[in-house]
Design a binder for this molecule. Sequence first.
Ligand code: NDP
Length: 260
Amino acid sequence: MKRLTIFGNPVEHSISPNLHNKALQEFNIEGEYTKTHLEDGSKIKEIFLKNFDGANVTVPFKEIAYQLCDEVRGIAKEIGAVNTLVNEDGKMVGYNTDAPGFYKCIENLSLKSALILGAGGSSKAISFYLKEKNIDVTVVNRSEEKLEIFKEKSFKTYTHKTFQAIDEYDIVINTTSAGLTNNSLPMPEDLIERTLNKTKFVYDIIYNVETSLLKLADTLKINHSNGKDMLLNQAVLAFNIFFNNSLDEDKIEQSMKKTI
Ligand code: NDP
């Protein structure tokens, strides 16, 4: 019996259980993927190792889970955040599938440059991964503080006050939560419009609503996409990690797609 869960706060809204339980069913694997609401992130390791074989981690516990891991593998080491945990004989091993999950969505676009809006956890994951793939990444954030780590790693960075929207970027990626619960844009409207008018593709990683940014991209007739494929891809990669990467990824994807 495979015991899987997602840790988060809030976690009630998560659709990960639908995706993973469908895959368990399609592969005829005995198991269950549940939701675990956590108040105190420092308890994640103890609860995980006692009760689960694998887990996903969502807001706001990706960084604390990283710190508590016995071992971290792959790009998660550079990002400093994990979204996938495996119980390897009582050892908590962490991975990050958000970044490669996002990359799978855009790898066919042959991008050379990207403008990332936002400097939080998902921005870090996506920016560091795109840089590894030799894409020229610029990061713009509302406030200065979160840009520090990007400066240390030699990214071009701007705040809304210093960004002038002069350069062209192959893709603009929104990683802020602007537009998630209201109709706000991730940057002042004039900056956004000038930026979008010079790009070929707009990607918003928010997946459950059509954001104002995507509505604007639609009006300006710029190709655009929401975060559903990223959500699906990170789940496919995580599910395979739970099974030591022994399963057919296409089959996982096809089964999970049935629930979206
Ligand atoms: P964080 O809290 O780590 O970062 C949020 C970022 O958004 C910060 O840079 C913050 O700027 C900025 N921000 C917040 N509100 C606004 C606003 N009104 N205007 C401009 N900037 C704003 O969040 P995460 O990186 O973890 O998640 C961000 C979003 O990505 C969420 O909406 C989440 O749902 C989505 N997501 C989607 C995934 C998928 O699979 N599709 C996976 C992971 C996340 P400041 O520093 O100034 O506060």
